[in-house]
Design a protein around this ligand. Structure first.
Ligand code: HEM
Length: 178
């Protein structure tokens, strides 16, 4: 939050809207060490599934330590893999701590991002306490809503993405090419 505020002048609601971009694409083990599609089967579709998946009880989330690879210079870090609650072998997606932190204070217990608590749809080998909600919980939950949530998020995301792309651009220097 502090980085976004200092660099882009974003407030907390703007950060919540912007990070929904992680509906798209994937992490690759040889780049960041994290591995997997953010939203299985919809990696190129921009929608509010990003938020829904983290709240939905049809998905269970488990913390996973990234596997080192020969060409990945980064130290292993924890991320979250989501599976169908009905069929545990069906992968639903992948999330970073910074994604879940829009909903919960993960109470990290180590520098590699291990959470000291679990979200309500989180599973852990050891019984962990439930994570407290983060102050942005209600904003993220609003975007997760079926129906209207998608339109709310699309509108706010477009606004904040535009703001990010125009950050530090001096519009007075733009010339009319005609
Ligand atoms: C809290 C801030 C953020 C963090 C910690 C973060 C972290 C990451 C990480 C670790 C990956 C996986 C990269 C890989 O392994 O190749 C990733 C992927 C991605 N991020 Fe972010 N990100 C953040 C914010 C953003 C923002 C603001 C945007 C764009 C507006 C963005 C767009 C993307 C996209 C599109 C991918 C998928 C790339 C691909 O499929 O190759 N991220 N991000």
């Amino acid at each position: 939050m502090t980085y976004y505020a200092d660099e882009f002048g974003f407030d907390m609601p703007e950060v919540v809207a912007l990070n929904g971009v992680h509906a798209l694409g994937a992490a690759k083990a040889n780049q960041t060490g994290h591995d997997g599609n953010f939203t299985e089967g919809a990696e190129t579709k921009i929608n509010n599934k990003y938020y829904k998946m983290m709240l939905d009880n049809s998905t269970v989330w488990e913390q996973v330590l990234s596997e080192p690879t020969e060409d990945n210079p980064n130290k292993p870090e924890w991320h979250w893999d989501g599976y169908s609650a009905e069929d545990g072998s069906q992968k639903i997606g992948m999330k970073l701590d910074t994604d879940f932190e829009l909903f919960y204070d993960l109470q990290l217990v180590s520098e590699d991002g291990l959470a000291g608590c679990r979200p309500p749809n989180g599973i852990a080998e050891e019984e962990l306490p439930l994570c407290p909600k983060y102050p942005t919980y209600e904003i993220a939950r609003r975007y997760a809503q079926v129906g209207e949530g998608r339109a709310w998020w699309a509108r706010d995301f477009a606004f904040v993405l535009d703001k990010m792309l125009l950050n530090k651009v001096d519009l007075s220097l733009l010339r009319d090419l005609n």
